[in-house]
Design a protein around this ligand. Sequence first.
Ligand SMILES: C[S@@+](CC[C@H](N)C(=O)[O-])C[C@H]1O[C@@H](n2cnc3c(N)ncnc32)[C@H](O)[C@@H]1O
Length: 318
Amino acid sequence: MVDSIYRTRSLGVASEGLPDQYADGKAARVWEFYIGQKTSRTENYKNFLCSSLRDKGCKDILDVACGTGVDSILLLEEGFHVKSVDASDKMLKYALRERWRRRQEPAFDNWEIEEANWLTLCDDINKPRGQDGYDAVICLGNSFAHLLDFDGDLANHKLAITNMANLLKPGGVLMIDHRNYDYILDSGKSPAKNIYYNSQYTSDISTSLLYVNGKPNIVTLDYTMDLSELIKQQEQDENWFTANYSLLKNKRFEGPPVNRFRLSYYPHRLDAFKQLLSDSFDGKCHQTVFGDFQPLDSFTYKGDDAPAFYIHIVQKML
Ligand SMILES: C[S@@+](CC[C@H](N)C(=O)[O-])C[C@H]1O[C@@H](n2cnc3c(N)ncnc32)[C@H](O)[C@@H]1O
């Protein structure tokens, strides 16, 4: 098995069963800082996400990779009804904390959060009561690529997307994204720009590629985050904590300033991923793809003029 010769996770994260790459809590603890100040992420993100969902008449949203809850919170604040699930309790802990902190707001009081795995999603959660499924399922932030392919047949990938499709009502939409792995595989590095995350605290992301029998199998990203400036600010300015409450959730950042964590991904090529989506919906869907929230023909694909992320919108046929 690939995992025996190539360490896909941070040291200390267990290798039994389906690996929760976030199980040591290291990435979870600094995730809010990695994805950047909320507003700098949400400007692009919010407009695209909310208008795409509203255009399709979606109200009931299932976030299947909610992590610390960034997308779910954004949607709750915009008036959507959200159910949020994730396989990592270390990540969910931060979403649960925020729900508790804002429980006086009806949207947060009604916010459902549960632990669930894409591979057993239909057993782990129910459709909304009295309805034939969710209006939309979202799986964003390059989450789906966390599902690796140790057997070499993508069977797990198909199962996971089929489960998401089954929880959609007819006419419902799946929004799912991945990094531009075509660019990463062809150039050996990740695109310099990143329209999702613009954290001022990320000091390095190094990219490694593993090929198995000549086929790209795993992309491993080693993240280094340096929070020294943040800690200095906290120490110098007593008011800083209050002003940055939402960024810090409800805890002052503690611990060593330099954090390293490792995450591994399956490198989905764009055309293969489109086919995987179509197969998982039995061909009964309409597919659209955007690059960094723009139409794909707005890129020249020369040099660095390529999207960093692809966002797929798949509408289940009525
Ligand atoms: C990159 S984080 C993104 C979280 C959030 N969407 C964001 O953009 O900040 C990926 C999330 O996918 C979750 N995940 C990975 N594999 C999963 C699985 N098989 N089932 C459910 N969640 C999974 C991880 O636990 C993690 O919280």
